[in-house]
Ligand binder design. Structure first.
Ligand code: ADP
Length: 151
């Protein structure tokens, strides 16, 4: 027994949670694929957010479910619109590093009202996408506190 109060011990666990321990595999698409193909990708890969990369595999954009829905409303030429026209683009992308704490990421998600962040490494030229952290990962981390502390 650590001698700590349970509340202190849960707080310590929370501050120790890192992105690298809870991140998922990212799903990326090229900038020139069509909105139609992006929608197919989102269903096939079963994710809520796609990350868009350029020909050097560097992060250039983010596509959410609502970005694709918005474009789909009243538009029947989805196969002719490239995703780079509708995506949220750099430098307006909120991202994180695998060393960041999950609390830091959770705060960014709430402050910016977004569901996920790309996990990136800066290679000097741009950002390489190495992971994805979503509200589901945060929920899993929350649940793991109950296991760790037998709550
Ligand atoms: P949805 O739009 O399906 O509700 P989000 O809440 O994640 O999903 O996205 C809201 C808006 O924020 C969208 O326009 C999306 O492109 C953008 N967005 C999503 N994730 C990020 C991010 N990590 N950085 C910047 N913008 C983002």
């Amino acid at each position: 027994y650590s001698g700590k109060k349970p509340v202190q011990s849960v707080a310590d666990s929370m501050t120790g949670m890192k992105v690298r321990d809870f991140q998922s595999i990212p799903v990326v698409v090229a900038e020139n694929i069509s909105v139609y193909d992006a929608i197919c990708h989102m269903f096939l890969e079963d994710v809520g957010t796609l990350f868009v990369v350029d020909s050097s595999s560097l992060l250039t954009g983010v596509l959410s479910r609502k970005d694709l829905l918005r474009t789909s409303l009243g538009n029947n030429e989805l196969d002719k619109i490239p995703v780079h026209v509708i995506m949220t683009r750099m430098p307006n992308i909120t991202y994180c590093d695998k060393q960041d704490t999950l609390l830091h990421v959770a705060k960014k998600m709430i402050d910016k009202q977004i569901d996920s962040l790309p996990v990136v490494t800066d290679n000097g030229v741009g950002l390489e996408v190495v992971g994805r952290i979503t509200k589901t990962n945060i929920t899993a981390a929350f649940l793991s506190l109950a296991d760790d502390h037998e709550l």
